[in-house]
Design a protein around this ligand. Structure first.
Ligand code: PLP
Length: 245
């Protein structure tokens, strides 16, 4: 997965029985298992491995007398960032095929907690070019949105999600750009070496599929505002001219 969660949450399969026992000794009724394969998991084999581990743990729990009723597969279903990326329906098909190999889960409830797969493709961030520079490291364009203002996941520490960009003057000759955010922080570089039509001050860039983990993770660091969110219906009500200004 692009964003690993196993360093922060969960227990190793070998620890589950102990945890279920601990809970029931304290008069809690163990109800099921929950996993999270990590966010944006595009590798089918990871889902298959996770399901097989769940099955193993589930049987062990059953043998120890626990009557589990729920398997929550957590989040991790991928959003589509690139044309060839693994999709949520493809992942669901892998999950169904793996589960159909045995009937261990058929009498229990299966749930998902999808986040990114539902909302990422619903958002497009529009940023304006506010500065340009030629440096030893290449051409730079500076945007009014950056790592601290909705694009945390674009930087390596945020997972380096492969957001696709498009510019409003697509006919101009293309060149490579590093794209910096508006703040003074050297870490505020959401994109490096992106091939884009020649950029000028005031041009707009669309940063696609930014509906998940974007503005809700943003801050007003350095005095820059969190991007305004418009719902599509709201946009349709306004004229293009109003939005442009
Ligand atoms: C417990 C839990 N479930 C579901 C999700 C949603 O994950 P995703 O956006 O990868 O679908 C998260 C996200 O961190 C989570 O912590």
């Amino acid at each position: 997965s692009v964003v690993a969660l196993s360093n922060k949450f969960g227990v190793a399969p070998a620890q589950v029985l102990g945890l279920l026992t601990y809970a029931s000794e304290r008069k809690l009724r163990p109800y099921g298992l929950t996993i999270h394969v990590g966010s944006q998991c595009e590798r089918p084999a990871t889902w298959v491995e996770a399901l097989r581990l769940c099955q193993q743990v589930w049987f062990e729990a059953q043998q120890a007398g626990f009557n589990l009723k729920l398997l929550s597969l957590g989040g991790g279903l991928p959003a589509t960032y690139t044309p060839n990326g693994m999709t949520a329906p493809q992942t669901a098909a892998t999950i169904c095929t793996t589960l159909a190999e045995s009937d261990w889960i058929k009498t229990s409830t299966l749930s998902f907690e999808p986040g990114r797969a539902i909302v990422a493709n619903a958002g497009t961030m529009i940023a304006s070019v506010i500065g340009l520079a030629e440096r030893a490291t290449g051409n730079w364009a500076y945007l009014d949105a950056g790592v601290f203002h909705g694009l945390f996941e674009a930087c390596a520490a945020g997972g380096g999600m492969p957001f696709q960009l498009s510019a409003n003057h697509s006919g101009r000759p293309k060149q490579l750009y590093n794209l910096g955010g508006p703040t003074c922080d050297g870490f505020d570089v959401p994109f490096e070496k992106r091939l884009l039509p020649e950029l000028r001050i005031g041009d707009r860039l669309a940063i696609h599929d930014t509906g998940a983990y974007s503005t809700e993770m943003a801050s007003t660091f350095n005095g820059f505002p969190i991007p305004i969110v418009y719902a599509l219906e709201e946009l349709e009500r306004r004229s293009a001219k109003t939005i442009d200004s």
